[in-house]
Design a protein. Structure first.
Length: 72
């Protein structure tokens, strides 16, 4: 395998991880808003809020370091 092929595979994997994080974040935000409209309690909404912040931090780390730290 050439160096170019390896880099392309790594780049593809990086975009895949980025897409996964963005999709996870969007899903959490949508579900939290749906639960809020359905009358969920503050504890449940806080749980979603905490997870949203955690995923945002992972996303920021991933973008900042280019996935080098694997944002896991």
């Amino acid at each position: 395998m050439t160096n170019t092929a390896r880099r392309g595979g790594t780049m593809h994997q990086g975009f895949r991880q980025l897409d996964d994080l963005v999709l996870h974040l969007k899903g959490l935000v949508l579900v939290r808003d749906l639960r809020k409209r359905s009358g969920a309690g503050a504890d449940e909404l806080d749980m979603y809020g905490a997870e949203i912040e955690r995923v945002r931090d992972r996303l920021a780390t991933f973008v900042r370091y280019g996935g080098a730290r694997q944002a896991a």
